[in-house]
Structures are given as C-alpha cells and as structure tokens.
Design a protein around this ligand. Structure first.
Ligand SMILES: C[S@@+](CC[C@H](N)C(=O)[O-])C[C@H]1O[C@@H](n2cnc3c(N)ncnc32)[C@H](O)[C@@H]1O
Length: 260
C-alpha cells in the first residue's frame, strides 16, 4: 500500500511541478497564460503592493524554511523520509499556484523596448535563462531535486536514497549557482518592464542573493566542508566575470553550520 502511494505521490507532485514550471515561463513573460505578472484583478496600488509582497514572502518562507536541514529532521518525524522532498515540491507548487492566481498588476511602464529586434533579443535572453535553469537541474540530479528518485526507490522497496554527489562540472565550473543565475536572467530580460514586473524581479533577486549566500552556502559548507570552501575560492558565485575571492582554504571564512 505504502509503496503504491509513494509511487503515485512522487509522480503526481513531479507532474504538477512540470506544469507549474511551464506556467512560470508564461507568468513572467506574459505570454500564453490568463494570469501573469502584468494581468490580474485591478487593485489600487497600495493594496496591490501589499498583496504581492505577502505572496513573495510566503514563497520565501516556505522555500527556505522547508529546505533547512533542521526543518527536514523535524519534518521526517511526521512524513516518511523518502517522501520529504516530494512534499517540499508539493508545497512549492501550491505556493506558486497561489502567487500566480492572486498576483495583482502594477501596470505603469518603467521601460519599453520598441525596436522589434530588441524585443526579440530580450525574449531570446529570457529563454536562455529558462534553459539554463533546466539544464543545471540535470547537472545536479534532476530527479533527486524534485523528489522522484526518493519516492520511486521507496516504491521499489529499496533502502534509503544515497545523497546526490557534489557537482563542479560544466555550468557548475563557471558559476556556483547556475540555476539561480538562470532565474535572474529570465526575470530581468523583458522588453516591457512594468512596476509589477520590477517588483517581482527586484524582490526575487534580493531573496536569491540572501538565500544563496546566508542559507544554502552555509549548509553546503556544513555538508562538504573544505571541498566547498575550496570551490568558493575557485568559482564565482553568480556572475562568471566576477573573480572569486583570492586566498587559500585556510583563509576561507569559516561559516558556522546553521542550527536552523
Ligand atoms: C534549487 S537547487 C539550487 C542549486 C544552486 N544554488 C544553483 O543555483 O544552481 C538547491 C539544491 O542544490 C544543492 N546544490 C547546490 N550546489 C550544488 C553542487 N555544486 N553540487 C550538488 N548539489 C548542489 C543544494 O544542496 C540544494 O539541495
């Protein structure tokens, strides 16, 4: 019974993620979907701003909170360990559906590229960003990242899933966070930037910078130790042209493991 459920749960949450990811492309680009970053229930700007900030904060709290090792340790007392990642994916899906549905437009235009070539160029750049996200998930371990591997192993009656390996090849040789870089490109490369889109891009950029530097990298140092510190010295965080900090592993900042 549990094995069948694990298979269904992992597969259904992943299938929903694929739809939510596809919708994200439409939401940000404003193409092909009913509710997007520049469309929704017209709302006076102070209320629209407040609602959008609540939605973005909800995403940040869910996403960063549930990804912390301390939360996972507590959560796996309630949810079977092989289904923990898939439950994280389900929660992310639900928060994003709420955001797509309840987002309020702030339509004032900040910039607008009028030349057709410039518009296509910016759409093309955004497409490169989305492809970078997708390609990078396969470099880490796409099916592990979205909980399919863990739930399918449970369905097959296999033992606990071994941790995904530490990756430094291909895109991870150029920057330490290609998935986040892909999101930043996709969020900012738009021919028509409205106040609502700017709010979305600005807040998500701030969130990505804080979450990567102060949460994810601390966890990675705690998990991989000097291997990750040495990686930080060798490879820039997000921008390929930025030099990583000069120094040796011994000089690298010792970041304490997060207790939460
Ligand atoms: C949503 S992914 C984002 C990865 C990375 N921040 C990026 O932007 O490409 C988060 C997961 O990737 C894992 N991760 C981050 N860097 C990694 C690496 N170099 N090798 C393997 N896993 C990594 C983290 O432990 C975390 O579970």
């Amino acid at each position: 019974m549990f094995r069948s459920f694990a298979f269904f749960y992992g597969t259904a949450n992943y299938a929903m993620f694929l739809l939510v990811f596809l919708y994200a492309i439409g939401f940000v680009s404003g193409v092909g979907v009913p509710w997007h970053v520049d469309n929704g229930v017209p709302t006076p700007w102070p209320a629209a701003l407040a609602i959008n900030l609540v939605l973005l904060s909800l995403f940040a709290v869910q996403h960063s909170g549930m990804a912390r090792p301390a939360f996972k340790r507590w959560f796996t007392r309630i949810v079977p360990a092989p289904l923990e990642r898939s439950t994280f994916v389900l929660a992310t899906n639900l928060v994003l559906v709420l955001l797509y549905w309840q987002w309020r437009p702030l339509p004032m235009v900040v910039w607008n590229a009028e030349a057709e070539a410039a518009r296509w160029l910016l759409h093309g750049l955004a497409a490169v960003g989305w492809l970078l996200v997708l390609a990078s998930t396969f470099l880490i371990d796409h099916f592990d990242l979205f909980g399919v591997r863990q739930s399918w192993r449970a369905a097959l009656g296999r033992g606990p899933t071994p941790s995904a390996p530490f990756v430094t090849r291909a895109l991870y040789r150029i920057v330490r966070h290609p998935i986040m870089l892909g999101f930043l490109i996709a969020f900012w490369a738009t021919p028509t930037m409205t106040v609502g889109h700017l709010l979305f891009a600005g807040v998500t950029t701030g969130y990505i910078l804080v979450a990567v530097k102060y949460l994810e990298e601390r966890d990675l140092v705690a998990q991989f130790g000097d291997t990750y510190r040495e990686y930080q010295l060798r490879v820039p965080m997000l921008l390929p042209w930025r030099r990583p900090v000069e120094g040796s592993v011994a000089d690298a900042p010792r970041m304490p493991a997060r207790s939460l």
